[in-house]
Ligand binder design. Structure first.
Ligand code: B12
Ligand code: SF4
Length: 495
């Protein structure tokens, strides 16, 4: 059996890093871990080929080669998924779909032969048996969420590693909190399931053996969702890093209560965690309460961020506007918070109602839903009727983005962040001297020569070189990120 694994294109979003990746000569930030996991769940004897359409085009010869096509997608990829499935079906192929989009959507799915709802660890092996018997069903959905002990090591070798800026592994699924807008707890549940330490270390071994060096994203919904287990994991991660000469720098996502746990923060620093993405959402208490985000209301959020930064981790964070309780000055409050917290990379989005979330159900009851969202919370589209005048909300949102990603404001946050985040060793990366020089030349040409904001870049460059020489590579990486986020804003048309 010949299997084609397909990841459709992503549009230009916050996380696509599309305007920053070319400096490094990369095509995409992360490989599709779900597909590589699906591959590992299929029989070893089946031949597999993966086409991530974010790093290379799908050729007719790829489709012609395959007996069966397995495609994944998030909501934001739906149009590209439909187009890819149409091509495969037109060439007479059997198509299997899975992943977050098909799991949660209420819209018509593409014309696939088999649909997998939810996690596939227990359903895929059954599908293989059914297929061999000629009895494969149209829809598969596991009765229970699988334990992660049955998740195999992903088939990392299918990814063309040199085209990505980061690799991914997963330790846990699910989150114990109960945020109203969150679809994670609907898809993956509120009881975080974890892998064993041995499983995680075996995945690190696999990536190390393939020669990967540099950023490794632990793609958990909330890395500290199961604190008891994570406390046991981190010392093993640190030991593994020491024994292998620190090949990886870890990035992950966590809830803000990470700040209350000095031991955990210390252990994460030891293990080589360099960046953490927090769900801050808003500095407004009433909006946090509305969002059922109690874990953020009981603390001083600015102090929490500072504390995590002091443990050697850059903080990235998600922010939302559009809550019913947002006051009129919410836009200034968000801008001030982002400035004062020295969070350079802030993902600010309009509140979005994702299908089958508590928010979706409430808005439906209140008659305020306008339809399924595009899945991209930064594209100015509202899929519900907000309490605030929608025009004011969208304008205010744009003003946040314009202000925080104006070069002077952005570089000021980066410099403050570099000051706050002590790091004893330079971050490991995948580049040799030549490729680093080429990246540096591309960056300075674009930001320091071509770009109209070049004066701000050189001002930043000089300060970073003088005050943070040991973190110079890091500061250039941040300059590239700022450029991506500013370009994304220009897509709004009036930035
Ligand atoms: C890592 C991650 C990313 C990464 C990398 C994505 C990539 N290249 O794959 C980055 C940071 C780029 C990212 C970006 C975004 N993401 Co994201 N991301 C995740 C995260 C945290 C983990 C994904 C992952 O690797 N999981 C591990 C694998 C093993 O799990 P899995 O993919 O679910 O696969 C399993 C099953 O779904 C199934 N399966 C999956 N595919 C297939 C296919 C077939 C054929 C079959 C049979 C089975 C199957 O089998 C697997 C094993 O059980 C998830 C949350 C989550 N827990 O999954 C959010 C999540 C997928 N992301 C989400 C969103 C909204 C986004 C963004 C739109 C955010 C934004 N506004 O910019 C962007 C869009 C992408 C882009 N590039 O622009 C949503 C999707 C919601 C939806 N219903 O579609 C999720 C669910 C999180 C959330 N609620 O916010 N994301
Ligand atoms: S903390 Fe994050 S993952 Fe957990 S429920 Fe809230 S939004 Fe979802």
């Amino acid at each position: 059996m010949k299997v084609l694994l397909l990841n459709p294109e992503f549009p230009d979003t916050y996380w696509s890093f599309r305007h920053a990746l070319p400096f490094e000569g990369k095509r995409s930030a992360f490989p599709p871990l779900g597909l590589m996991t699906v591959s590992a769940l299929l029989p070893k004897s089946w031949e597999k080929r993966m086409v991530d359409m974010n790093v290379r085009t799908l050729k007719d010869s790829d489709i012609a080669w395959a007996d069966i096509v397995f495609a994944t997608a998030m909501l934001v990829q739906k149009d590209f998924l439909h187009a890819a499935v149409d091509r495969c079906k037109a060439m007479g192929k059997r198509v299997v779909l899975g992943g977050p989009y098909v799991t949660t959507t209420i819209e018509d799915l593409p014309e696939a032969d088999h649909i997998f709802i939810g996690e596939a660890e227990t359903t895929l092996p059954q599908f293989v048996i059914d297929l061999e018997r000629g009895e494969a069903k149209a829809t598969y959905q596991a009765a229970e969420k699988p334990p992660l002990s049955v998740t195999p090591i992903a088939d990392f070798h299918l990814a063309d590693l040199k085209r990505y800026s980061s690799m991914s592994v997963q330790y846990s699924r699910g989150c114990p909190f109960n945020c109203e807008f969150c679809d994670i707890i609907e898809i993956y549940g509120r009881v975080p399931r974890t892998k064993s330490n041995q499983q995680v270390l075996a995945e690190l071994d696999a990536l190390n053996d393939l020669g990967w060096r540099g950023t490794l994203f632990i793609v958990d919904d909330n890395f500290i969702g199961n604190k008891k287990n994570v406390r046991k994991l981190i010392p093993d991660l640190a030991k593994w890093q020491r024994e292998h000469n620190h090949p990886f720098s870890f990035v992950t996502e966590a809830s803000v209560n990470l700040a209350e746990d000095d031991d955990l923060l210390n252990a994460m620093r030891e293990a080589g965690f360099r960046r953490v993405f927090l769900g801050i959402e808003t500095p407004v208490d009433a909006s946090l309460k509305e969002a059922q985000k109690g874990q953020n209301t009981r603390r001083d959020l600015l102090q929490s961020v500072k504390k995590i930064q002091n443990f050697g981790m850059e903080v990235m964070a998600g922010f939302i506007v559009g809550f019913d309780n947002d006051p009129e000055d919410i836009f200034d409050l968000q801008i001030n918070f982002i400035r004062d917290s020295a969070i350079p990379v802030a993902m600010v989005g309009l509140l979005t109602a994702l299908p089958d979330t508590q928010l979706w159900r409430r808005l439906e009851r209140e008659g305020r839903l306008l339809g399924e969202s595009s899945g991209n919370n930064t594209n100015l589209a509202l899929n519900f009727v907000p309490k605030m005048d929608p025009a004011i909300l969208v304008e205010g949102y744009k003003s946040i983005m314009r202000t925080i990603y104006a070069p002077r404001a952005y570089y000021a946050r980066v410099l403050e962040c570099l000051k706050r985040v002590p790091q004893s060793e330079a971050e490991v990366n995948q580049y040799n001297i030549l490729s680093s020089l080429i990246s540096f030349a591309r960056l300075t040409m674009r930001l320091g020569v071509i770009d109209r904001e070049r004066r701000e870049f050189w001002r930043f460059f000089v300060t970073a070189a003088a005050k943070h020489r040991e973190k110079f590579v890091e500061s250039m990486r941040m300059a590239a990120m700022g450029y991506h986020l500013r370009k994304l804003n220009e897509g709004f048309g009036d930035a």
